[in-house]
Design a protein around this ligand. Structure first.
Ligand code: NDP
Length: 279
């Protein structure tokens, strides 16, 4: 991994950047448009949004601006969105995909995910994702917030295995069991809230490692993801942090440092528990 454009080949051969930009909780408007276009200018090629973020139009605007300013094409980018729980169902999910496409202003997405594993709903939605994939409307399909038992249940009837499982993952929630399971099944793990939404920035062990490399704690965590072969999508709307978070290819954590970070695990979540959520 040498730069922001380095990719992992998913199980279907599609290449996905290791590092992308998340835009959860960023409202439509100029701040969003600028964040995305400056990320693209910085060299980011992957953007992660979702229908429920209610910002897909601004994401689309940012993409257009970024493409123009960076002199690249749409095909150079990797754009992800997700279907929300109330749109889970065969017809509902097919329709939700079209709505997302229209809002973002693209004619295909690179990755479409089932956002949460709502019981009794996600299997029909998966059939819709398979239909979209087989019709060539989306390059790769996957899930988010799926535990091992959800994946097992999904794959009982699935024709196509998910290419991605996007899960909460950071030094306080290292998800070793789920990662091992996904690896065995050829499902690439992607980390959401990799920075634990900013809650780890003063963690002494991380501060110490960061100071050794003259890097920030955020950079150390992102590096830990990459060295663990986890796709990661830290969110920032500040240009200097977008640049900082992408500047992680000139140092390497030692095995001991990786172990120190792993040992911070407390199985602590900042988001909902996939086995107990009410939406
Ligand atoms: P992150 O862990 O990425 O943390 C983002 C927070 O950290 C923001 O407050 C940001 O502030 C701050 N920050 C970013 N970079 C730095 C830095 N270098 N130094 C100091 N502070 C920094 O949280 P998210 O929850 O946003 O997760 C990332 C992405 O994952 C989301 O944006 C979304 O795309 C995805 N996601 C998916 C979920 C799912 O269910 N599938 C759930 C939650 C997130 P500022 O912007 O002011 O810089």
């Amino acid at each position: 991994m040498k730069n922001l454009q380095d990719t992992i080949k998913l199980s279907n051969g599609i290449k996905m950047p290791w590092l992308g930009l998340g835009v959860f909780k960023v409202e439509e408007g100029q701040v969003l448009v600028e964040a995305i276009s400056s990320a693209i200018k910085t060299g980011y090629r992957s953007i992660d949004t979702a229908a429920i973020y209610a910002n897909e139009s601004g994401v689309g605007e940012g993409i257009k601006k970024g493409i123009e300013e960076a002199g690249i094409t749409r095909e150079d980018l990797f754009i992800t969105s997700k279907v929300w729980t109330e749109d889970l169902g065969y017809e509902e999910t097919l329709k939700a995909y079209e709505v997302s496409l229209e809002k973002i202003g693209l004619n295909y997405l690179d990755l479409y995910l089932i956002h949460w594993p709502k019981e009794g709903k996600y299997k029909e939605a998966w059939r819709a994702l398979e239909t979209l994939y087989k019709a060539g409307k989306v390059k790769a399909i996957g899930v988010s917030n799926f535990q091992i038992h959800h994946l097992e249940e999904l794959m009982k009837d699935a024709e196509i295995k998910p290419m991605i499982n996007q899960i909460e993952l950071h030094p306080r929630l290292t998800q070793k069991g789920l990662i091992a399971y996904c690896k065995e099944k050829g499902i690439q793990v992607e980390a959401w809230s990799p920075l634990m939404q900013g809650q780890l920035l003063n963690q002494p062990e991380l501060v110490e490692i960061a100071s050794k490399y003259q890097k920030s704690v955020a950079q150390v965590i992102i590096r830990w993801d990459l060295q663990n072969e986890i796709v990661t999508i830290p969110k920032s709307v500040k240009e200097h942090r977008i640049i900082e978070n992408g500047n992680v290819f000139d140092f390497m954590l030692t095995k001991e440092e990786m172990d120190t970070i792993d040992a911070l695990n407390m199985d602590q979540r900042v988001g909902p528990d996939p086995d107990n959520f009410d939406f």
